[in-house]
Write a protein that binds this ligand. Structure first.
Ligand SMILES: [Zn+2]
Length: 95
């Protein structure tokens, strides 16, 4: 079963459409998820719990992207712990 170009609909011979120079969806998703984009670290940072679930789901197919998400989750968790401790310390010393 031949893949079709997502842009012009013609059959793809390889990873790139020879008619309109559009990359195949598989390549696009690889570039988006597989290369370890910094955006995934940011996503993991903003939503550590969701990021961790995405890490579990993606670590087999996209280990690079999953690793970046995990880095974001770890940074976010670390900052949360530091802020939490700072808050507790502030509260304790103000009594
Ligand atoms: Zn095309």
């Amino acid at each position: 079963m031949a893949e079709r170009c997502s842009n012009c609909g013609r059959e793809l011979d390889g990873q790139r459409c020879i008619y309109c120079d559009t990359l195949a969806d598989a390549v696009k998703s690889y570039q988006l998820y597989g290369k370890g984009h910094v955006g995934f670290a940011f996503l993991g940072f903003l939503f550590p719990f969701v990021g961790f679930l995405i890490y579990i789901a993606f670590r087999q197919r996209h280990p690079e992207g999953a690793r970046f998400i995990l880095i974001g989750v770890i940074i976010s968790t670390f900052i949360a712990i530091v802020l939490g401790l700072a808050f507790v310390a502030m509260f304790a010393f103000s009594q």
